[in-house]
Design a protein around this ligand. Structure first.
Ligand code: NAG
Ligand code: NAG
Ligand code: NAG
Length: 382
């Protein structure tokens, strides 16, 4: 699973590839094992939010801390700073009609001395909102941060930070919020939605509300993965939703084991050359909402030092800072009309505390699909 997460992070390395990023934002699915606590269930990961925060910390990291961040992010600080400087205006532009919001926020303790160079990177390269708060008044401070998150997620995520996670030792909270909402180009027909069979990862059958669409969509097969994909475009053709489904009802484990960023890149580059097919598509209607602590995953990926005494993020401040926690809240809602997806990631830096980063986690969706060809009774990965 570690490898898969690295792959996904790697795939967003190409920060100029907006389409890829949005596929990654909305679409990553992992099996249970991806979550370190081992609870069974579905996982939706939107790595952009996390990697943006990691890239921000990387800008102020030195020595081993920087090396470890560069390893996890697959790029050095200079390259990522350049990348984000180009990416963020594109994201903001892509969202000008309200489909997408992407925001970075940095909340500083009153009187905390932040280095001028880092402040400049925050506001100019990462287009961040900067605000001073008094973390000793933890309730007000949490309110300030949560209101900012709520505003940028259209009230879908209202509590990212709890007052208990803040104290007079807190120096800085970095947060990232992403919100996506768009309507399908061809909506599913509401009156056709009904409970139908869906096969879970272990092959057992459950009933879920299944939506139906009769239309022309791009789809293709990936023989090496014994899977097929279908692209469901949104109105305006600016974004699309990609679903990958194994041929076999119990093929999900195998698909997840083999799937890499390269496969995703291949699908994306093939999209242009793929013709639309008449398809009868069945997709579960679903809504997922999760909060994921990301520190264990990041540690497994080799990001260790920023969370302990060895932390060196003195490019942010001369004070010793450690990352205390990384938490991601994510939500996705898919229905007949379209998709709403939201994530907020928060990072708290505390004096003599450990680091945290936020990750967004969702669930793996398994659905029965139907098409005139091979989409009968299979699992979908969304
Ligand atoms: C960090 O790197 C700098 C420059 O390479 C070096 O001078 C310094 O000794 C290093 N500090 C630590 C704690 O390793
Ligand atoms: C936003 O809407 C306007 C007017 O409909 C359109 O011209 C423009 O291309 C849209 N922008 C995006 C990014 O879709
Ligand atoms: C922050 O809040 C604490 C507790 O209310 C107060 O003692 C302190 O003076 C405040 N700091 C600033 C800079 O206002």
């Amino acid at each position: 699973m570690t490898r898969d997460l690295s792959d996904i992070l790697n795939s967003i390395n190409d920060v100029n590839n907006l389409i890829a990023i949005f596929l990654v934002i909305c679409v990553c699915i992992f099996t249970t094992q991806a979550v370190m606590d081992g609870t069974p269930g579905n996982v939706i990961i939107s790595p952009v939010s996390v990697s943006t925060l990691l890239a921000l910390i990387q800008q102020g990291a030195l020595n081993n801390s920087r090396r470890q961040l560069s390893q996890v992010l697959f790029s050095g600080p200079r390259q990522l700073k350049e990348g984000y400087r180009k990416l963020i205006p594109d994201l903001l532009k892509a969202g000008e009609n309200g489909t997408l919001e992407f925001a970075n926020g940095a909340f500083f303790m009153e009187g905390f001395e932040i280095l001028q160079e880092f402040k400049k990177v925050l506001s100019e390269d990462f287009v961040s909102h900067l605000e001073t708060v008094n973390f000793s008044e933890s309730k007000e401070a949490a309110n300030t941060i949560n209101s900012w998150v709520a505003k940028h997620t259209h009230n879908r995520i209202k509590t990212l930070i709890s007052p208990e996670s803040l104290s007079s030792d807190t120096r800085l909270v970095l947060a990232n919020a992403i919100y996506f909402k768009d309507l399908w180009k061809t909506p599913f027909i509401e009156k056709y939605t009904r409970d139908e069979s869906f096969y879970t990862q272990d092959g057992s059958e459950i009933k879920v509300p299944m939506m139906h669409l009769d239309g022309s969509l791009k789809m293709d097969f990936i023989e090496s993965l014994k899977s097929q994909w279908v692209e469901i475009p949104f109105k305006g053709d600016q974004f699309s939703f990609l679903v990958i489904m194994p041929y076999n009802e119990n093929g999900l484990d195998e698909l997840l084991k083999q799937f890499t960023a390269q496969h995703l890149n291949d699908i994306i580059s093939n999209l242009k050359n793929t013709y639309e097919n008449k398809i009868y598509l069945s997709l579960p209607k679903f809504k997922l909402s999760t909060t994921t602590p990301l520190v264990p995953v990041l540690k497994q990926l080799g990001l260790i030092d920023v969370f302990n005494m060895n932390s060196n993020i003195n490019g942010i401040s001369k004070e010793h800072l450690e990352v205390s926690d990384v938490i991601q809240k994510a939500e996705i809602e898919v229905d007949e009309k379209g998709v709403k997806a939201t994530a907020a990631t928060g990072k708290i830096n505390m004096e003599f505390l450990s680091l945290a980063d936020t990750f967004r986690q969702g669930r793996i969706l398994r659905a029965t699909g139907g098409s005139p060809r091979k989409l009968q009774k299979k699992k979908f990965i969304i």
